[in-house]
Design a protein around this ligand. Structure first.
Ligand code: FES
Length: 204
């Protein structure tokens, strides 16, 4: 075995990985699908949504871990589906669907895991706090035009009008990352309220 190479088992298959990889990356490279919502390969590890939860057995120690942040280990045994895992994913989806009913990215997963839209009382905020937009804007674009608003349990993302009016018009790269329609709506609201001038001039 060469330095840095690791062998692990994912869904009964022997998989080779490099030491610095996460379980998610090792699975992906082996063509094994694990669902994700808050993960993006260009961004720092985050591990917030937990939809990527898998079961690991490291020498008899069984645990549920978020595969997008958990590093591979030699001889690790990973299961990406089980009754337990599916149940966790179902519950996560049901909670998220209460926030973002109708979001296409969630609907597809909901069908797969039998999650019901009506399991929890709806509190539509349309933001599932995956933070993809906030992190992408900060880490990749280095603009910080989107931020987590500080509103306790109803914490949502907001555009910072002063920065957004300058930076967002020519970018909008975060729009495609949003698993719900929240981001676009938040942008157009900010735009309408805070910098109507720039929208008029950009269209002309
Ligand atoms: Fe791993 Fe969100 S994708 S925690």
């Amino acid at each position: 075995m060469s330095m840095g190479k690791i062998t692990l088992t994912i869904d009964d298959r022997q998989v080779e990985a490099r030491q610095e990889m996460t379980i998610l990356e090792a699975a992906k490279e082996a063509g094994i699908y694990i669902p994700t919502l808050c993960h993006h390969e260009k961004l720092e590890l985050f591990g917030a949504c937990r939809i990527c939860t898998v079961e690991i057995d490291a020498g008899g120690r069984k645990m549920l871990v978020a595969s997008c942040i958990y590093p591979v280990e030699q001889n690790l045994v990973v299961k990406t589906r089980s009754e337990n895992i599916d149940e966790i994913r179902k519950t996560i989806l049901e909670m998220l669907l209460a926030h973002a009913p109708g979001a296409p990215a969630l609907q597809d997963l909901a069908r797969e895991y039998g999650a019901s839209e009506t399991a929890f009382d709806k509190e539509p905020s349309f933001c599932i706090l995956c933070g993809l937009c906030v992190r992408y804007c900060a880490e990749v674009k280095k603009k910080n035009a989107v931020a987590f608003g500080d509103q306790g349990p109803t914490r949502e993302i907001t555009f910072i009008p002063k920065i957004a009016s300058r930076e967002c018009w020519n970018c909008k790269e975060c729009f495609a990352l949003c698993p719900t329609s929240y981001l676009q709506a938040a942008f157009f609201l900010t735009e309408g309220l805070s910098f109507p001038q720039s929208s008029a001039s950009a269209e002309g």
